[in-house]
Design a protein around this ligand. Sequence first.
Ligand code: SF4
Ligand code: SF4
Ligand code: SF4
Length: 438
Amino acid sequence: MASVASEAYVREVIQGKGVIDIRDDCKGCDQCVQWCPADAITTDGLGGRHKIDHSLCVNCGQCRVHCPFDRIDEVSMLDYVKAAIADPDVHVIAQPAPSVRVAFGEEFDEPATGDNIRAVESKMFDAIRKVGMNTVWDTNFAADMTITEEGYELVMRILNALGVEGFEEAGPLPQFTSCCPGWVRYAETRFGDKEFNGNPRLAHISSARSPVMMFGPVAKTYGAEKLGKDPAKIFDVAISPCTAKKFEVTRPEFISSSNGPDKVYNDVDAVITTREFAQLVRETGVDYASLDENAKPDPGMSEETGAAIIFGNTGGVMEAALRTGYRVLAGEELPVEAYDKVFKETNIRLDGEMEFDDDKMIREATIDIPVKALDITVPATFAVIYGSKNTQEMWRRIEENAKLDDNDPNKKLYVFVEVMNCPGGCINGGGQPIRRDA
Ligand code: SF4
Ligand code: SF4
Ligand code: SF4
């Protein structure tokens, strides 16, 4: 079965060397160095052959997207996906990520705008069926699970920090997000051996799986039951804006979906990027213009809330976690006026034009959260970062803040840090369409 070959392939190539590599015919223009968020590209200087240090690379594909000469390759799983589609014994489930639906139309000269976003999204669902995949469920379903878990984890960490009995096992504050595999890889390679206040820095990263990795095991257990399918015959494909997801799904710890002690499967069998999905659509001869503008995903694992859809944009995970945490701690919804005022003043969601200035890479906002059970209000500071290496500056701020006296008015309670490796979040991920004219 295709998934067995896929597993061998990804173990050897992706886990061994990584997803992205620079070709020998590199022109040495240095563009990739400017965009690498992990300082993973080595060079002898302008005009010289550039190389990737695979021990530092986070597989994000930003160099590939921005190489003006297309001299950077990525490992593709598309052949294995095609083999699974062609196998009548295999049931292929597609899980498109939130950011794919926005970019899919771009590949076919129909960029999604406010007016046509639903039509482009529907065309994506229809195209998934037309290329031969059997079930299309929406990763937004799992994004809701991730945010519920991350939000409740945040609540427990805050209660632990406030000394509430029964929450001693909760991790330390601030809680960093875990849904970006580029950032998680960066943390492992750069902070893996570091501590803060007696805790490993990695303990600050949420224990919640990313939406893609939550989706897979649920699809192969609950989903398989709903479909009446043997999970051994299910091939789960994530359609993603992200090349780092290819590394994430092949991590050995994510071979865990089980319907019995001796029946364990890949949680997710393959990842194809938005670009590769568009390639599949073209190769299959699907006519984009004739795709159904009202197609829906299949019921069962597609229901979603607004929290899921904002995941792909910088600040989206933070906002969803804040909404969840606030509701649990305060016993009421986050008031819209408070939310609007603070978020507009700080521009933490980076609304409007995308900006890549250094001072936009880390944004902070402090929101008063009433903790109903303790009858106190906690001024909680949230931060949003893009670019993994900017977490170095975030940790510097956190460490400096920790040195301040508790009575110092400048002292903050950092509770939550959202990190997205790519500029602006997944919407600009390394697997999205490449626009040389942009
Ligand atoms: S951007 Fe491309 S051509 Fe330029 S140095 Fe990097 S890999 Fe080489
Ligand atoms: S894939 Fe990302 S981390 Fe790796 S070299 Fe390219 S830009 Fe840097
Ligand atoms: S920001 Fe999104 S696209 Fe970029 S590495 Fe992280 S998860 Fe992937």
